[in-house]
Design a protein around this ligand. Structure first.
Ligand code: EPU
Length: 420
């Protein structure tokens, strides 16, 4: 297993280019299953998660070529069965269910199970499929959805923690080939859902309202091949902005979309970090001493749960008390005890973390537990004095394209080494 060895205390300076969004790319790749014609998808980040999604598509019978960020997929003849060995490795693989159900009228997929950040049920995905007329059966760890025909319907997809991102994606994809009109209420409004709808419309689907809580899909008989460019990764953008602020550096972020990051930019401003537009780029620089800020994670356009851990590393450096409340996933505080190993003073109280910021951080060996927690540890390591070894960085490689190389270009002293 590999680790990052970070010699901290160096302010980041320079320019960094943002990759395509992982969470937009995954359902878009799955959407290519909806047609037997070739699809060309550009700006696909080269990550273990996207490569894994390609493997899943191939296991279903599709052919794929991935070159220089462009993926050409053709799902000429496919089967509707994805087994446990594949699905268990990536929870995002559940988004093949909607396309398979739409195209083949049958999908049999291993239940993905929970993960370190929470239970992650799929009841809302299944509620949506059932509303379209699918019969759902759970047996032997697999969920089977079958339908003689799918018929458009109105449904409410809000759950315990609000809307569901992949659930909305899955049901939207299933409804593209249903008879009649489907209306999804309490749909997720994330930019990744909008990007998927854009790709589906380019394939011939009729979707309106994506980006709002009400999405309307008028079913069509057939979808065709299409080309699409994936949006920039807003979570990677936020991660680099926070890393720049944490190290007291100055970084120009290229190829980002500020309009996808309003809540994060607002909280950075409150923490005394200026993010200014320079043409199409974003310049990040502290305005002075960091300040505390209270944060609650919420569905879009609220503060994203995928930036909560990284922001905690930053606020651990801001003198004063910050309260961070996690409202999306029930156990997404695995980074807290690792940050404590670097000297951070953080207490967990129910769904909130109380960050008593401003204590100096010093390097130590730490363990990455999930993707965003790993990013938080890298940020803390970059800001800490001395050497930090972040172990198990395969979590990080799932969602950040060449993070170590990008950080090195900004002057960070970071190396990828074999874990000892
Ligand atoms: N939920 C249900 N029932 C469902 C589905 C979800 O109760 O059927 C609950 C979840 O347990 C959670 C909440 O609804 O409490 C929101 O979960 P959501 O379904 O929106 O999450 P997801 O679609 O499985 C995507 C991203 C996550 C990101 C979340 C929230 C992908 C591949 N994953 O997951 O990304 O945290 O939306 O924004 O798009 C990451 O990139 O690190 C990551 C975990």
């Amino acid at each position: 297993m590999e680790s990052f060895l970070i010699k901290g205390g160096v302010p980041l300076h320079g320019e960094v280019t943002i990759s395509g969004s992982k969470n937009a790319a995954l359902p878009i790749l799955a959407a290519a299953l909806l047609t037997d014609e070739p699809c060309v998808i550009r700006h696909v980040p080269d990550l273990s998660d996207t490569r894994f999604m390609v493997k899943i598509l191939e296991s279903l019978g599709a052919t794929a070529r991935f070159e220089n960020g462009t993926l050409t997929v053709r799902a000429k003849k496919i089967k509707g069965f994805a087994d446990y060995k594949l699905v268990r490795r990536m929870r995002g693989s559940i988004c093949i269910a909607g396309p398979l159900l739409a195209r083949l009228r049958t999908a049999r997929i291993s239940l993905p199970g929970g993960c370190i950040i929470g239970a992650r049920p799929i009841n809302l995905h299944l509620k949506g499929f059932a509303a379209l007329g699918a019969k759902i059966k759970i047996e032997g760890g697999y969920v089977a959805a079958t339908a003689k025909k799918l018929v458009g319907n109105s449904m409410f997809l809000g759950g315990r923690a609000g809307p569901t991102v992949l659930g909305t994606a899955n049901v939207m994809m299933a409804a593209t080939l249903a008879d009649g009109v489907t209306v999804i209420e309490s749909a997720a409004c994330e930019p990744e859902v909008v990007d998927l709808a854009k790709f589906l419309n380019a394939m011939g689907a009729q979707i309106s309202g994506a980006g709002s809580p009400t999405i309307t899909i008028t079913g069509v008989k057939k979808l065709h091949g299409a080309e699409h460019e994936v949006i920039p990764d807003r979570i990677e953008t936020a991660t680099f902005a926070i890393a720049a602020a944490a190290t007291n550096g100055e970084v120009l972020i290229q190829g980002a979309r500020a309009e996808h990051l309003r809540a994060v930019l607002d909280k950075l401003n409150e923490a005394n970090v200026a993010v200014t537009r320079r043409g199409a780029d974003l310049l990040v620089k502290r305005k002075g001493q960091l300040k505390p800020a209270d944060i609650t994670t919420l569905p879009y356009a609220g503060f994203p749960t995928d930036v909560q851990a990284q922001m905690m590393s930053l606020l651990a450096l801001a003198p004063g008390i910050s309260i961070i409340t996690e409202r999306i996933f029930e156990s997404r505080f695995m980074h807290v005890s690792e940050l404590a190993r670097l000297g951070a003073d953080i207490e967990i109280e129910g769904p909130s973390a109380i960050v008593k910021g401003g204590r100096p951080l010093s390097g130590a060996p730490v363990m990455a537990s999930d993707l965003r927690a790993s990013a938080a540890l890298v940020i803390a390591g970059l800001a800490a004095k001395g050497t930090t070894q972040v172990n198990r960085i395969y979590h990080l490689d799932r969602g950040y394209e060449k993070m170590d190389a990008k950080l090195r270009k900004l002057g960070a002293r970071i190396q990828r080494v074999e874990e000892k």
